[in-house]
Ligand binder design. Sequence first.
Ligand code: AMP
Ligand code: MG
Length: 402
Amino acid sequence: MAELQTVEAALAALLRDVTTTPAELLPCEAAAGRVLAEAIEARLDVPAFDNSAMDGYALHHRDAGKRLPIAQRIAAGSPARPLAPGTCARIFTGGEIPPGADCVVMQERVEVEAELAAIPPDIPAGDNVRLRGRDVACGDSLLSAGERLEAAALGHLAGQGITEVMVRRRPRVALLSTGDEIIDPGRPLAPGQIYNSNRPMLRRLIERFGAELTLVASIPDDPAGTRETLGAAALEADLVISTGGVSVGEEDHVKAALESLGQLDLWRLAIRPGKPLALGRLPGREGREVHFVGLPGNPVSCFVGAWIFLRPLLGALQGCPALADLPCLQARADFSTRTGPRRHYMRVVLEFGGDGIVARAFRDQNSGVLSSCISADALAVIPADSRVEPGDPIDCLWLRVE
Ligand code: AMP
Ligand code: MG
């Protein structure tokens, strides 16, 4: 029997020659979660002018310790006039520091009597002043290409007055289900049938990974129908995913159809769950190559396969390095286990305590038990041919990410 292959080898094959989706210009309001296709340079200083961090009094630090006439009032949004030496300005948070002032004293420290503000002594220059360009200076690199536009990045763009950005088009995904026993919820089950769990589960994951499902279909269980469905799906998508029907030895129309339409590699991976994985390419529109990933039918294998294979692939299609790897946390196992020739991705809950992280394994790690994925915070990576005892350090791939 052929050697089992590694996840790393399959990933390298999957990520070879991936071309990013085209860039498109979007209004910033519509760009949340998208990946930047361009680097963005700051065109404004933020803050745009020196301003007060407090409600209080602006003055030159040399005038600290004196009683100063209040020469002007500066609210946020109103312009400041130059400040004469020996005077101060009433100022509010965000108000512009007037030329001639270099510090602000908070109002709680100032007594005002007969229109004179009694300023405490020893106020250093710069106190309570937010300097122009402190956050971002004009010309600074603001955001890099490949960055996913999350909350703070969107705030940063708006801070620059930017209204539209070039982002990667969401990868289009066609999701095809195999299996004569699989039917959609909403219909009664006949004996031997089961509902399609993979479709909604993968839809959610695919969307979290920044892509959109443009086609869902079931692959009919005959060679001509399989070819037709796969061929048509490739015209609508950047990536075609199928579930089921890649187990070795099965009468498998997907494999034959792919081999006649494009190209297919069947991988027997040294992992649990999800040993069989099919990777290939299909002809798409305008001579483009469309990626094909055939996940095993088992819902737990699909779940793990989506995190391990689909996320980096969708990341590469969007040019987004953050999607390439899952964050890896080191935890202590609260269980014992041993592995054979396959690496085990165990579904675990992580508990963050004073003396580190503890990984608690779901009681039933059988690959047919989807409940194990419901509350999984992480996939604990148990190397092949190893044994783990309670307290041993293990690597856990954190799943509570986008
Ligand atoms: P297969 O990879 O086709 O041999 O399927 C492995 C197991 O997963 C079988 O028990 C299938 O019935 C089950 N299965 C396949 N596809 C799905 C699906 N979409 N939803 C739920 N279970 C599935
Ligand atoms: Mg099947």
